[in-house]
Write a new protein. Structure first.
Ligand SMILES: Cc1cc2nc3c(=O)[nH]c(=O)nc-3n(C[C@H](O)[C@H](O)[C@H](O)COP(=O)(O)O)c2cc1C
Length: 217
């Protein structure tokens, strides 16, 4: 089984989501021996935002006349989308910044959202092509959003990730959440405790575990 571990927090050693992804990956490896791990630290090295240079993978017929810069950016997009598609399990550290995800994480999503690779359009609408994966989102939030209708409407982090991974065809999206971490030490300890329990409960099968073990045999 292949696991892709992604961090995007800018807070280094003080990051809550990094602490959670580390624990999730350790727990997953302990319960799924033989799992190999690829690591992406998007705060250390993120793809650039989409531009005319990096949009090359969407240009279609113009692909013949790509500039050197466009070819370089295409190669990076290809590396990122192939790495994502090869993973059976993707663990995504996703802090809540300004009601959404870090722009570094959005830049990665923009590179892997490729027609023909992670989704396609048909006469009946969009179809996800990255089926069979498990995604585990490590969500860290200063405030509390999950317990009220108003809170849930305000956040565009978990809801966005559910939408975009669902659009890619992934039905097994699990959330490990530590929220209210900026609301005092007691609230933070409580949030980390709840996240710890959620991590222990993750030990159930990945969506494509059966296929992954057949492939490994
Ligand atoms: C730039 C920035 C923006 C933030 N915006 C929000 C926000 O909109 N809502 C919120 O509840 N907390 C917000 N916070 C608090 C973070 O969600 C909280 O510190 C969380 O632990 C961040 O995850 P991390 O520690 O892995 O970076 C923000 C923090 C930073 C640094």
């Amino acid at each position: 089984m292949k696991l892709l571990h992604i961090d995007s927090s800018i807070m280094g050693g003080n990051s809550v989501s990094r602490q959670l992804t580390e624990r999730i990956v350790a727990e997953w490896q302990a319960t799924h021996p033989g799992t190999t791990v690829d690591y992406l630290d998007l705060a250390a090295s993120a793809p650039s935002h989409l531009s005319i240079e990096s949009l090359g993978f969407r240009l279609g017929p113009q692909a013949e006349s790509l500039s050197d810069a466009q070819r370089r950016e295409n190669a990076l997009s290809e590396t990122l989308v192939s790495q994502f598609l090869a993973a059976d399990v993707v663990v995504v550290g996703a802090p809540l910044y300004n009601f959404s995800i870090p722009s570094q994480l959005k830049a990665w999503i923009d590179r892997i959202a490729q027609a023909g690779r992670t989704f396609k359009y048909t006469e009946k609408g969009a179809v996800g092509l990255a089926t069979g994966k498990t995604v585990i989102v490590a969500s860290s939030r200063g405030g509390v959003y999950s317990t009220s209708e108003v809170g849930r409407a305000l956040e565009h982090q978990e809801s966005y990730l559910q939408t975009v991974f669902g659009f890619f065809g992934i039905t097994d999206v699990r959330i490990v959440r530590a929220e209210g971490v900026a609301m005092g030490d007691a609230k933070k300890a409580e949030a980390l405790d709840a996240a710890g329990h959620a991590i222990k409960a993750l030990s159930t099968s990945a969506a494509n575990e059966a296929q992954a073990s057949v492939a490994a045999a």
